[in-house]
Structure formats: C-alpha cells, structure tokens
Design a protein around this ligand. Structure first.
Ligand code: ZN
Length: 174
C-alpha cells in the first residue's frame, strides 16, 4: 500500500464518520448547536473528524499520564461524616452528568474523583456523590479535565458555598 492509498482509506473513513455524526446531529435538533455542528460537518468533514480524533487521542493520553502515580492514601474509605456532608451539599443527588445534564438519580455512593488506586485522596476535596450505575461505570478510570470542570461549574449552582468546587485531590505523604 502506498502513502496515497493510505490517505485515501483514511479520507473515506473520515467521510463515513462525518456522515454518521451529521446524521446524529440532525436527529437531535433540540440539542443546542446541533444544526451548526451538522453544517460544519457538511463544509469541512475531514478537517472536523481529524480535529475530533486528535482531541480524543490527546485527552486519552492526558488521562493516562495523570493516572500513572500509584502512591496510595493509607485510608481507603471516606469517613462517614465526609459522606454526610457531601450528601447535604449535593442535595442527595448524583453529581455526574447524563446525556441531558446532571444525573437525576440519588447519589448513593461516595466516589473518589481521582481514583484511590491512582493516588486519589480519601478527603472532602476528592469526594463526589454518584448513583450506582455511574459509580460502576467510572470505577478506576481517571476523569477528563473537561468532566472535572463540568462538576465545578454545576456545583457553583447547587452548592454556591461549597469549599471545594473542583473535585480531585491526591494523597501526599507530607
Ligand atoms: Zn448518576
């Protein structure tokens, strides 16, 4: 296979992905910006797909690098008083994001935002409330920076007095 062939294959793959994305965007006209996004896919399909793929790869790489540290907090679980405080702060509701904004299920689990296995601290700054499905889905994955900013932004609304809006804190021996 020559380089030109490889570019042809990549190009048609990008066109297929652009078609799929445009269909999804056109199927959801109520989501803000979906028409604009579909239009952009019409005019620059390959450029946009390349940008999305680059973003996903960089974001994945960023999470891998940030998740490398493995010195663990000797305290594995959150103390009950921290969980109670988090429940009050979040109004008992899951703090994760569903397809249409903040999840509506009750937040039954105290979750380490930076996973405990990746050096996340068992303190208030690293505690987020999650429903059972979100708790399972997240497991020991590093959260993206975008997800972290999203929680911080939403907390400004439902817990304006919260001491730590931006979740995530690592355990440090000093
Ligand atoms: Zn949830």
């Amino acid at each position: 296979m020559t380089t030109d062939d490889a570019f042809d294959v990549l190009g048609s793959l990008a066109d297929t992905v652009a078609d799929l994305l445009r269909d999804v965007a056109l199927d959801h006209p109520r989501i803000p910006g979906s028409a604009w996004f579909a239009g952009l896919l019409d005019s620059h399909p390959r450029l946009l797909v390349a940008a999305i793929v680059t973003f996903l790869v960089l974001s994945r790489l960023d999470r891998t690098i940030r998740g490398r540290r493995t010195t663990k907090d000797p305290i594995r679980l959150f103390p009950p008083e921290l969980k109670d405080a988090a429940r009050v702060q979040a109004g008992g509701r899951c703090e994760m994001t569903g397809p249409f904004g903040r999840c509506r299920r009750p937040g039954e689990h105290a979750d380490h935002w930076i996973p405990w296995s990746r050096g996340g601290a068992s303190n208030a700054a690293n505690l987020v409330l999650a429903c059972a499905p979100h708790n399972l889905r997240k497991s020991a994955r590093m959260p993206s920076r975008m997800a972290t900013r999203g929680i911080a932004r939403r907390r400004r609304r439902y817990a304006p007095a919260a001491a730590c809006r931006r979740p995530g804190c690592r355990w440090s021996p000093v």
